[in-house]
Write a protein that binds this ligand. Sequence first.
Ligand code: GLN
Ligand code: ZN
Length: 761
Amino acid sequence: MLTQNLGYPRIGGQRQLKKACESYWSGKTGLDELNQAARTIREENWQTQLKAGINLIPCNDFSYYDQVLDMSLLLGVIPQRYAPVSNVKGNSETDLYFAMARGYQRDGLDITAMEMTKWMDTNYHYIVPEFTAKQSFSIFSEKVFNEYTAARQTLGDKAKPVLVGPVSYLLVGKEKEPGFERIDLIKDLVPVYIEIINRLKQQGALWIQLDEPCLALDLSQKDKEAFEYAYRAIAGQVSGVELLVATYFEALLDNTRLAVNLPVSALHIDLVRAPEQLDEVLALIPAHLQLSLGVADGRNVWKNDYEKSLALISKAVAKLGSDRVIIAPSCSLLHSPIDLDLETAIDPEIKNWMAFAKQKLHEVAELKQIAEGNQALLEANKKAIESRRTSQKVHKQEVKDRVAAITDADATRKSAFPVRQQLHRERFNLPAFPTTTIGSFPQTDDIRQLRAKLRKGDLSPEQYEKAIEDATVEVIRWQEELGIDVLVHGEFERNDMVEYFGEQLDGFLFTKNGWVQSYGSRCVKPPVIYGDVSRPRDMTVRWITFAAQQTPKPMKGMLTGPVTILQWSFVRDDQPRDITTNQIALAIRDEVVALEKAGIGIIQIDEAAIREGLPLRKAKRPHYLDWAVKAFRVTASGVQDRTQIHTHMCYSEFNDIIEHIAAMDADVITIETSRSQMELLHAFSHFEYPNEIGPGVYDIHSPRVPGREEMVSLLTKAADLLPAQNLWVNPDCGLKTRKWPETKAALENMVQAAKQAREQI
Ligand code: GLN
Ligand code: ZN
């Protein structure tokens, strides 16, 4: 029986890669320092995996920015617009690479970056390959060959180069001109893969891993044929090296027959996300194929339940024999934090239930030893699992009872929207096209410094609160002067829209070093939900009521919704996600009610991540949308009809989920639309969306200041699609990341645009 790993985090335990890249980008250090930092991280990662006793250890899983962008460079898929970057004297391949990732504004050039999007259903973002109709492919970058050479020196035969497989590489990309389908490029692409594989083989590689996550997605007939074609063609021209196709994040389902019959040596399947797929895979597996069992969760922070994993391993061994079974994490460990040993402040009882990337490697190695007879290793694991199963830190009977008792009435406002709308009109007496913002105002260095000083003890809690109050008052005065209709308090007291609530709720913990790469040098440190969630005390009431007292105008209360809190945290794996979400929903509902009681008439519940949580497979989406929408409704429905509930979503593409968005029944929804020139509103228009809506008229993702006329014209378009009396005027999203001068100028124009709309539309 072999063990393997599919990929290891590359940011370094102290985020060394982030620091090295940012220093290189700013010109403080040169290429030699950058390369040296990278070599050190790679070497350390290989040593860690070697020490853990892993048999097949990945290389080329390292990347300066993104492994999909690495593939584009390897295959020579470099959009024409970057050609001038290479012509600049002194520029290296690395500069070209970073230009593609981040854009290039130097040497008289101004070239935009390539598009970036989420990798499957993770929070990792990759750089989307761009294809043209006449796309050609040829080996451009030597990175994979160089990394294999280095890996071989350290790891010998254990070194296993990792590539994104040819079909997934095409499918995750985009056509950049009309008249062709990218999947048809497979015939031109495969010969280059053959050349790469043969070169690696000549260098000594015994195994090569080809990541094909798309095998676990809904595929068209053409996509399926591309898989068959590509792997048959590769098998025809490659021999003497074992190819492993890796799938993850979903079950193979209707692609099982296709996947097990690819002419390769081994197939990896994700048994954490989809343990049920093992039976079907074992039923269909042909006699030669080896099976890699992904049993340690690469997407979460929990200790593996060995008994559960061993049941799967034994089943596979019984059918295949141990020499055809490989034990592995479910997916690349890129999506896990690196090392639990670095966490010195976590409650030891809870820490004993957890595992980060380094610990997961040991789990894989131990599972193999137990499967081969070393039963003694099982005992400690059993104890930890049992302690978590019964701990009072996790289980709060009153929370469970309350979730079990949720009724449809709890998820329904007292009266239908038209009744509520009438009450809101009478109560708030807002003009047509009312103006508002999404919640946050610029988090300048001064504000962030306040928190740092509080942490260090340089500011007392009283001094900190006073400084935040001052910033809040200032932003309220400014909104009043500007003539905004519904004010916000600015969110200066919040570090982050999820962390702020997690820190105040029971059932959450925070790590010191649990960083996970989000894109390029950006890392996130998600909270960990370990136990039943409850709300020991008010969370926002103090700040919102303070703000409300400063002005006669309506002050909007600002909360994060349950699905977004779930989605941006590491979640429990010992109960279904919908139950955890409902626990959070009840906690936030109590906060909504507390705000109402404190006299706040308008409350916004942000659900930025509802769409992001959508399952990869279409068949699973209705169930998810049902519980996600219901959780929002539970959060929003504890209030009187006269209270106005807003929600905000900051992504595009509502076409396929518009009926569910409508079912949330928020009195007002604000969405991101300005970049698409209101095109996203078509979904709302076709559906005859009945409630009020604020389509963003100002793109906050760029420092550019939109003019008044531009915003009036967007509002005119919106009014063509939806009843004008239901429209609000607001930016696309929160203004946290913007600077003050552009924010002021843009909002001044926005208020003027609303005034003009009131006269003209
Ligand atoms: N209220 C939050 C803010 O204004 C919303 C942010 C978001 O949707 N991402 O920052
Ligand atoms: Zn947003």
